[in-house]
Design a protein around this ligand. Structure first.
Ligand code: AMP
Ligand code: MG
Length: 403
């Protein structure tokens, strides 16, 4: 049975959530958690901001003084970030204030410097002001005790900044999943060997290791498996030590495509063995015992695309994040495109801004073996099954490669 792209993703999502593997956690220093998935709830240890904070350089004033313009106030002092005003702003008074400083008692707004005219100790204001203008209210970002981050959230630079602001110097995160990589094919030699004219270097193991690292997993590369059952079986059994096994090659219909046969002999259950996508139609997903596996087609761009579409979300889920389908963005087509109908097709493309409009154009590409073409792309144009033909100027879906 052949699944649609959407059905294949849905299948993976359901199988992973039904298995709900418990993921071990570890506590690491903040400097080591970038890109990891949070495994605890994080609460504000104090109000954010901890005081009414000035958002501008200017004058702290009482908005009640601004009934008739212009307003002239007496400047009675100064407050800067890192200090506080020892006293209170009374009627007819103001205090010079810097960005980040706490609003003095009595004041309820800040007039920015550009809107004030200083004459000795007098300041003249021409414009009206509302209460709390240019002031960030105490606790407006989060109140003390409020949850600010949840388990399952990805820790990017912003999250790390927030954790630092809360004084959270060590953080509980999920362990990275171990992902076994097993390339198959009699034609393959190791990348540091010189191939005979009829051989090719194994590039998929290195390619997959990079994609695994980017997805948040740890790659474990196995020796290349020949197209021979006994050796293949031995290596597949070893590969199941990891949290997830990725095989490349040997999943098409050829006489020496033995991956599925060997997996079946090991008692594997197959959830799909074909998806209506191009490249990557023969992609396989299943489970043997506790462990999930993917059989990825061996053509390097097929390997790349099927990883990006199906394996990346799986690794994220095995890292503790919610399952997330690949996100497509929209761009305008630079030239017309025709593709075989009834398939979801991913075509290497370049997307950039032309006259302010995101625009996508195809790159020179020879098909699913063409890594040179792939490296000229920063995205894939997504042609949906019902979209056999798209015109220049049409809006189309785009998958960014580094997203
Ligand atoms: P297969 O999926 O085994 O039928 O392989 C399809 C194509 O991908 C063939 O041209 C293979 O030589 C090539 N291929 C398979 N595995 C790799 C690999 N690990 N590195 C580079 N090319 C590969
Ligand atoms: Mg092969």
């Amino acid at each position: 049975m052949i699944l649609t792209f959407e059905q294949a993703l849905q299948t993976i999502k359901e199988k992973l959530s039904a298995a709900a593997p418990s993921i071990p956690t570890e506590t690491l220093p903040l400097a080591e958690v970038f890109g990891r998935i949070l495994a605890e709830e994080v609460f504000a240890d104090r109000d954010l901001p901890p005081f009414h904070r000035s958002a501008r350089d200017g004058f702290a004033v009482r908005s009640g003084d601004f009934t008739a313009l212009p307003v002239t106030l007496k400047c009675i002092g100064e407050v800067r970030a890192g200090g506080y005003f020892h006293g209170s702003v009374g009627q007819g008074q103001c205090v010079s204030i810097m960005t980040g400083a706490p609003l003095p008692d009595g004041a309820d707004a800040v007039v920015m410097l550009e809107d004030a005219q200083v004459e000795d100790s007098q300041v003249i204001f021409q414009k009206p002001i509302r209460a709390f203008e240019n002031v960030i209210h105490k606790a407006s970002e989060a109140a003390q005790g409020e949850r600010v981050l949840s388990s399952g959230q990805s820790l990017g630079a912003g999250e790390i900044g927030l954790l630092a602001a809360l004084g959270k110097v060590s953080v509980k995160v999920f362990r990275k999943p171990l992902v076994a990589v097993l390339a198959t094919g009699d034609e393959l030699v190791d990348m540091n060997q010189k191939p005979e004219w009829f051989q090719i270097r194994n590039s998929n193991s290195a390619l997959l290791a990079a994609q695994i690292a980017q997805a948040g997993g740890i790659a474990q590369i196995f020796e290349t498996a020949p197209d021979e059952k006994t050796a293949l079986r031995r290596l597949i059994e070893q590969g199941f030590i990891a949290d997830l096994l990725l095989l490349s090659g040997g999943v098409s219909a050829g006489k020496y495509d033995l991956v599925e046969q060997v997996l079946a002999e090991l008692g594997a259950e197959f959830y799909f063995q074909k998806v209506a996508i191009r490249p990557g139609m023969p992609v396989v997903f299943g489970r043997a015992g506790e462990k999930f596996f993917f059989g990825l087609p061996g053509n390097p761009v097929s390997t790349y695309v099927t990883f990006r579409l199906f394996v990346r979300p799986t690794i994220r889920a095995l890292s503790g994040a919610p399952f997330a389908k690949p996100l497509f963005l929209r761009a305008r087509l630079a030239s017309s495109v025709s593709r075989k109908p009834n398939l979801t097709t991913f075509v290497p493309a370049w997307v950039d801004s032309r006259e302010g409009v995101p625009t996508v154009d195809l790159v020179k590409w020879q098909g699913s073996g063409d890594l040179v073409g792939l490296t000229a792309a920063n995205s894939f144009l997504v042609v949906h099954p019902e979209q056999a033909h798209l015109e220049a100027g049409d809006w189309a879906d785009v998958l960014l490669v580094d997203h």
